[in-house]
Design a protein around this ligand. Structure first.
Ligand SMILES: [Zn+2]
Length: 350
């Protein structure tokens, strides 16, 4: 189903591009600026089964987007400057770069590009990750399915068996299990992935140590004035699924830990997963109370002057691995796809 939706979206995007409608719409849809969301930046892995590929782009594509943003006349600014421009009604358009989770490839591939071009960025760190305690469960699940010919797991008290021998079966199984795991309570979700990892020989701790920057690497980039370190909780749970006390403790605890390790309390925050089921008004309020200057979601959209009153619920634009084409990013800069997307959702919700 996801593939079908993606094909429809790509066709709609292509139609939008070729119709020239974006040029007509952009004065109304482009807003003041946007916040790009990135995860991994590394050379293409070339695997046929790579459901988390949406979370990674190549260094070449990253550079091409940076060129495109510059050509479109947007300044790449730190989040602090974005806040200032929104508050002052400054009409110079801007883009911010944000990286979630602290992947080591950010250090190896993205950081040298940023340094060479003298561009600022924010990196959001869940503090369980640098010491190797992070449960990157979506990657562990991918690895389990990659290794197995069949998956057996316990769902709501009964046995669930999924064939995972062929590439197609692996994609289908990932989609089904991932969807279920995103919906259920956070404790069960982690238990299920831990049990699967153990059974199929996937070492989540080694995976975390391998993929995520350690504190030494983080100290190095944090010392660079170009890089802002932002908070991203401790254990990367979907906050809206936790009790209010737990959610607050995750948010504050992560920030306190960053302050202790890096010598500076983070002023910016990103909600793990960041969609409507993971962060809502309760979390936006807690972020404000804790004193974060901004907090970003993964809701899609551009920034408009009115966002100055909603700084702890900011939308972002994902640089998605499945859409590594300057045609798409050119459309993103116009804001038209998000205006249509949000309108489409409103119509469907009505
Ligand atoms: Zn994250």
């Amino acid at each position: 189903m996801a593939k079908v939706k993606q094909a429809v979206f790509k066709a709609a995007m292509s139609g939008l591009y070729h119709s020239g409608a974006t040029r007509l719409l952009s004065p109304y849809t482009q807003g003041s600026g946007l916040i790009f969301m990135l995860h991994q930046v590394r050379p293409a892995q070339g695997s046929e089964f790579n459901p988390n590929g949406i979370l990674e782009i190549t260094p070449e594509f990253f550079e091409a987007v940076l060129d495109q943003v510059a050509e479109a006349g947007l300044d790449i600014v730190p989040l602090d400057e974005a806040v200032t421009r929104l508050k002052e009604g400054d009409d110079r358009r801007f883009a911010c770069l944000t990286f979630d989770d602290g992947y080591r490839d950010n250090f190896e591939y993205a950081y040298p590009i940023l340094k060479r071009r003298n561009l600022p960025a924010t990196v959001y760190i869940p503090t369980d990750y640098p010491p190797g305690r992070g449960e990157l469960w979506w990657l562990a699940l991918q690895e389990v399915i990659a290794r197995a010919d069949e998956i057996e797991l316990c769902r709501d008290g009964s046995l669930w068996r999924l064939p995972t021998a062929t590439v197609q079966e692996k994609w289908r199984a990932f989609e089904q299990i991932y969807g279920w795991l995103r919906a259920i309570d956070q404790v069960t979700q982690r238990q299920v992935v831990r049990a699967l990892s153990e059974r199929y020989g996937v070492d989540m701790e080694a995976m975390c140590r391998d993929l995520i920057m350690d504190w030494d690497e983080l100290r190095e980039i944090a010392a660079d004035p170009l890089i802002t370190i932002g908070a991203h909780t401790k254990g990367h749970y979907a906050l809206a699924k936790l009790s209010s006390e737990r959610a607050r403790e995750e948010m504050k605890g992560g920030a306190d830990c960053l302050a202790e390790k890096l010598g500076r309390w983070p002023e910016h925050f990103a909600y793990p997963y960041g969609d409507e089921t993971s962060a809502g008004p309760r979390e936006f309020h807690i972020a404000k109370e804790l004193g974060f200057k901004t907090a970003v979601t993964t809701r899609k959209g551009m920034l408009f002057p009115a966002h100055k009153d909603h700084l702890t619920a900011l939308p972002r634009v994902s640089l998605n691995g499945d859409y590594q084409s300057l045609t798409y990013t050119g459309l993103y800069l116009s804001g038209a796809p998000f205006a249509l997307y949000n309108r489409f959702r409103e119509v469907n919700a009505a």
